[in-house]
Design a protein around this ligand. Sequence first.
Ligand SMILES: Cc1cc2nc3c(=O)[nH]c(=O)nc-3n(C[C@H](O)[C@H](O)[C@H](O)COP(=O)(O)OP(=O)(O)OC[C@H]3O[C@@H](n4cnc5c(N)ncnc54)[C@H](O)[C@@H]3O)c2cc1C
Length: 622
Amino acid sequence: MRDYSIIALLLTLLAQKPYDPMLTDELFDEYDFIVVGAGTAGAVVASRLSEISEVTVLLLEAGGTDLGNHLVKYPNGYVKVQRTSVNWNYDIVDQKHSFLQMKKPKYPQGKILGGTSSINGMVYLRGSPHDYDSWQDHGAKGWSWKDVEVFFKKVENAFGDKVSDSLGRGGMLNISHGYRSPMFNELIKAGKEIGKFFSKSQSTYIHTVEHIVERCKKILHILKIPQLHYNYMKNCIKEVDYFKETEGISRLVCTYYEGIRQTSSDSFLRPVYEERKDRLHIVTNARVGKVLFDTDENGKVTANGVTYIKNGEEKIVKARKEVILSAGVMETPHILMLSGIGPRNHLKDMMIDVVVDAPGVGSNMEDHLSNAAYFKLKSPQYYGQNKNSMEEYILNGTGALTTVAGIDGVLHYRTKYFGTNVSLSTRKRPFPTIEALFAPAPFTIPFSTQEKPAFHSSVILYLQHPKSRGTVRLNSTNPFDQPIIDPNFLSNPDDVKMHIEGFRQLEKFEMTKTMKETGFRMVVPDVCNGQMNKYPPRSDEFYECYMKSFSHGIHACCTAKMGDRNNEMAVVDERLRVRGVHGLRIADASVMPHITSSNTQAPCYMIGQRASDMIKEDWRLI
Ligand SMILES: Cc1cc2nc3c(=O)[nH]c(=O)nc-3n(C[C@H](O)[C@H](O)[C@H](O)COP(=O)(O)OP(=O)(O)OC[C@H]3O[C@@H](n4cnc5c(N)ncnc54)[C@H](O)[C@@H]3O)c2cc1C
């Protein structure tokens, strides 16, 4: 018999909510910098600015402490943590093109130290270099891949021999490969098979995937034709180092280390707060209401502080140099509008005095349209939250439970629409447009189905560059009333066409001998039964029904986007300064000019790092 008393003691200790020594009660009346939101980007900004011993920094966070929250630290606590008070759990408006067959879910965002980095799936992907070059094309001067790569590296501290040597070592955010499931090996085998299967029918002398890759590289090199490149590559699903080559299948790098989630709070605040207590003040449960401005005799408007509510009491704190909004994609536009910066007519309707007419505030919301597809399996050999895995996790910090539901592999590719009007991926900027995250784990299937598989795996499909755009608008002038959020999923019909191609790629996997042997076959919801074919190829109508029933998103961005002065929808300039006022910047997901071809936390870390360097430069602090 094993002695479980140590494990029991550990769990009891983890369940305690201790006093958090990082937090401050006694505040100054004035700080050099006030950062609003201790989330993914905000924690980086506050940490980096407080490196300068001459400046004072106040970090205000609406959520509570993360200390002692074991669901946050435990990677497999992902699903449970979503249902707790550390999630903003926004209502979204009724969607015209999605959730037609099911109750719409809430929209999650982190409300805790670490923000969404404390509740997310921990996948760490930078996106494609073409994403950032396209930001530059859209007026974000100085944000091309060549410019931003160094800021990713400054953030990253990659562990492990097998982790890409393109990742940074020596930054503050620990990242590593996690568990590698047997399923991942099957996927690699299946990917190679897909190459062989298609090449056999196309040519007698191209018979291995390596052969095709070599051929397409040579042809691409000689002719420089991306469409041709795509035509070959679509059939070769090869294993790649994602940080060198963004199309193919790769093993995930995640924000966990030795089995523990690494949040922006753990990485950027906890290691430094003790030695900076005199100049970095962190306050939780402090909800910022609005930014305050001062207008001089020449009409120059400068942000000089914020109001915030703590313990039911409204307070004012002043900023000598700048206010930096890092409150996330929903709350940054919310605060801006409450402060008088937003679309003029909307502010007038809400009886708010207009400080700056900024039509881009709360507009342009982009999100990776996502669908989970479920596949039955013959046996549960790939995963299990059982006594053995629990024991392995608790005693060694290894195994399947170091991940969210065993997710370990990711596939990126363009679709057949590449280079056409349907896709935003162009010959000049050929970024991947579909991402598939493979989880060998039994997520709960959220719909009814006649087939009740005993074991199944899940694939989360993301449309990386949708054309649909959503909005955030005020519901009232009370900061505690959540804004009106309309992601407007699937409102552009091209998104439907593109996403169907994502499912088609999964069909290729289903058709391989390797995956058939595992019993890998899509589980079909009853609501779409009328149009379904049990085996691939299934009809476009079936997939359209599937996505219109269940499409969602969790990577919203761009609600205060960056751009040049010719773009009236641009809210911030290329140094993240809010146009029309002084002393106010934004650093979070809302400033992205467009969404990236990957999950969005890595770009947010990069934005936080880049913002802090810019602020230091502009105030001659470096
Ligand atoms: C469920 C889920 C899973 C995800 N999984 C992944 C993943 O696996 N990989 C990935 O790359 N991306 C993932 N993402 C997306 C990614 O985590 C986010 O895009 C990113 O973390 C956003 O960072 P941010 O700095 O913009 O905002 P946040 O990290 O959300 O920070 C905003 C902070 O501001 C605080 N705040 C808001 N309003 C106020 C106010 N009025 N006063 C004071 N404080 C305020 C918030 O409480 C929060 O702490 C996921 C997102 C969700 C919701």
